[in-house]
Design a protein around this ligand. Structure first.
Ligand SMILES: [Zn+2]
Length: 180
């Protein structure tokens, strides 16, 4: 064994291999998370379409140029207005959340957005990596957090999940969270 270690040390490649091995393990973890997301979406969409569920669900494809989707319950029907397939996976998460809880409270907004964006990422990562957030960019599914959602900014400069905040106030808030 000692001989072998000496050999590895001599070749100088063991550290490099360990780093690569860790990277490969990390990739498997994130692939498993993505598969988990897709399986969850699959079972929830199946449930929405099954005859055993009395709750009615409807998808509406919003017209070209519509920026944001929505999910709401009106007259016992949960409607998901969607702007794209990727957004459809996102809004379907909210539709299912509404089904499970009866409705999404404003205080829960950031919490419910995290899994919705994670599912959207798992279906089409570029639809999420392309969003701009003052918290910073997304490289992987695990970068999607409450803080990232808070900092999401639309083209007009407003924060859809932190209405009324201006960029200065957002900077102060995110710095505070970063230094916690
Ligand atoms: Zn959402």
């Amino acid at each position: 064994m000692a001989k072998l270690e000496a050999k590895i040390a001599e070749s100088g490649s063991s550290g490099k291999l360990e780093t690569k091995l860790q990277k490969a393990k990390d990739n498997v973890t994130s692939i498993n998370e993505i598969i988990g997301d897709l399986n969850s979406s699959s079972s929830e969409l199946n449930l929405m379409g099954s005859k055993e569920v009395t709750q009615k669900f409807t998808f509406i494809e919003l017209g070209v140029g519509t920026e944001v989707g929505y999910a709401e319950k009106v007259n016992d029907v949960i409607t998901m207005g969607i702007t794209s397939d990727a957004n459809g996976f996102h809004e379907a998460v909210h539709g299912y959340q509404i089904h499970q809880t009866g409705g999404i409270r404003q205080s829960e907004r950031l919490n419910v957005e995290v899994p919705a964006y994670q599912r959207q990422f798992s279906f089409d990562s570029s639809s999420v990596t392309g969003l701009s957030s003052d918290w910073g960019g997304i490289r992987g599914r695990s970068d999607i957090s409450r803080n990232w959602v808070m900092g999401i900014r639309t083209i007009d400069g407003s924060y859809p999940y932190m209405r009324g905040f201006n960029s200065k106030e957002m900077k102060v808030l995110l710095n505070k969270l970063r230094n916690k």
